[in-house]
Ligand binder design. Structure first.
Ligand SMILES: Nc1ncnc2c1ncn2[C@@H]1O[C@H](COP(=O)(O)OP(=O)(O)O)[C@@H](O)[C@H]1O
Ligand SMILES: [Mg+2]
Length: 343
């Protein structure tokens, strides 16, 4: 039979929850390594009052209450300690002579971070949907209030309404793609992908858009380029998003060129280079974030959702690939992706 004390000792030592045992006067009898790592105290915690170990008023008050009443129901409080968050469960162990208190501390910093991201996301989505909706409402009200009688106004306002409705539906499409990617409903099924064919067919889909704007698209991809390992439909989505941006953010008369090569690391690299407005250095680290745009008004004006690059990043990450950008403001940008070869 193994010694239960040894086992209990090992549990307290190895667990990723802080454990602090206090005597009847609230002084530390025991602190496990997780607690001491989270709240380091030179010379150890033994014999110290709880306030000298964890500086938190609510915790101190709760423990004082338990000491006075020699018991009570366990309580849970949240502790914010220089940027980290803990959930503390305080459990009084009733007993005449040997009254003591146990404190369990769980690090919930990561949970909090995810919670904040979710809240921000919901706030962003609501805002993004409200803006076009407010315009649709405003224009239709004006039409109903008599604006309809002038054919010119009617046509112009309907066009605006149509444009905002299109943007809303594009936003919802992008949100659905992101959410399916994130919930892994849209799984990546790797297969050999012919990059030359993929690029040619995606670029063809932008023929009208680029011609209307006076932008030339060229693709130069070697015939003997090895096939990439990937999910063709998802990679097409990546190319669509990159080409859409390249054309949108390049003034008339400019050009977009797509090249691909087998890199020194054995991966296939695809570059989408434009001669557009470029991206300021300070915005570069953030452009792959959801809803981040260098110029919100311009992006909206061009029908953007601010989710295109977030989707690109997600898909490429799911391929264990890499995506990066180089840009010179006023000169142009090059977005690159790197994928493993098939076989
Ligand atoms: N080729 C590009 N040239 C200049 N800026 C770009 C380019 N691609 C992306 N950006 C910047 O990154 C932002 C995010 O891109 P994206 O997620 O596709 O959103 P959207 O195109 O809907 O605005 C854009 O708003 C723009 O500021
Ligand atoms: Mg985009």
């Amino acid at each position: 039979m193994p010694d239960t004390n040894l086992i209990l000792d090992a549990i307290a030592r190895e667990m990723h929850t802080g454990v602090l045992a206090l005597d009847k006067d609230g002084r530390a009898l025991y602190a496990n390594p997780f607690l001491l790592n989270s709240f380091p105290i030179r010379g150890g915690a033994l014999g110290l009052p709880v306030g000298a170990i964890i500086k938190n008023e609510a915790l101190g008050a709760t423990i004082d209450g338990f000491i006075k009443s020699r018991g009570g129901a366990s309580e849970e409080i949240e502790i914010n300690d220089s940027g980290r968050f803990f959930s503390a469960r305080i459990v009084p162990l009733a007993g005449e002579a040997d009254f003591s208190i146990l404190v369990f501390l769980r690090d919930i910093t990561e949970e909090k971070r995810v919670e904040t991201i979710k809240k921000d996301f919901v706030a962003n989505v609501s805002h993004e949907l409200r803006t076009p909706l407010a315009s649709i409402k405003g224009y239709s009200e004006t039409l109903l209030d008599g604006g309809m009688d002038e054919p010119e106004t009617l046509r112009e306002f309907l066009r605006v309404i149509d444009r905002h409705a299109t943007r809303m539906s594009r936003l919802i499409d992008d949100l659905l793609i992101l959410s399916r990617l994130e919930s892994h409903q849209m799984s990546i099924v790797p297969a050999p992908v012919d990059i030359k064919e993929l690029v040619a067919s995606t670029a063809a889909g932008f023929g009208k858009q680029s011609m209307d704007k006076g932008i030339t698209i060229t693709a130069a991809i070697p015939d003997d380029l090895p096939r990439a390992a990937g999910d063709r439909d998802r990679l097409e989505q990546v190319m669509v998003n990159l080409l859409d941006n390249a054309i949108k953010y390049t003034p008339p008369g400019g050009s977009v060129s797509i090249t691909a090569a087998l890199a020194a690391d054995g991966c296939v690299t695809v570059d989408v280079a434009d001669t557009g407005i470029g991206i300021p250095a300070e915005d570069m680290p953030r452009i792959f974030e959801r809803f981040y745009r260098v110029d919100k008004a311009r992006s909206r004006e061009l029908g953007g959702t601010g989710l295109g690059l977030a989707i690109v990043k997600h898909i490429i990450n799911a391929h264990n690939g890499r995506v990066w950008v180089e840009s010179v403001p006023g000169k142009g940008s090059t977005f690159s992706i790197s994928l493993k070869t098939w076989g």
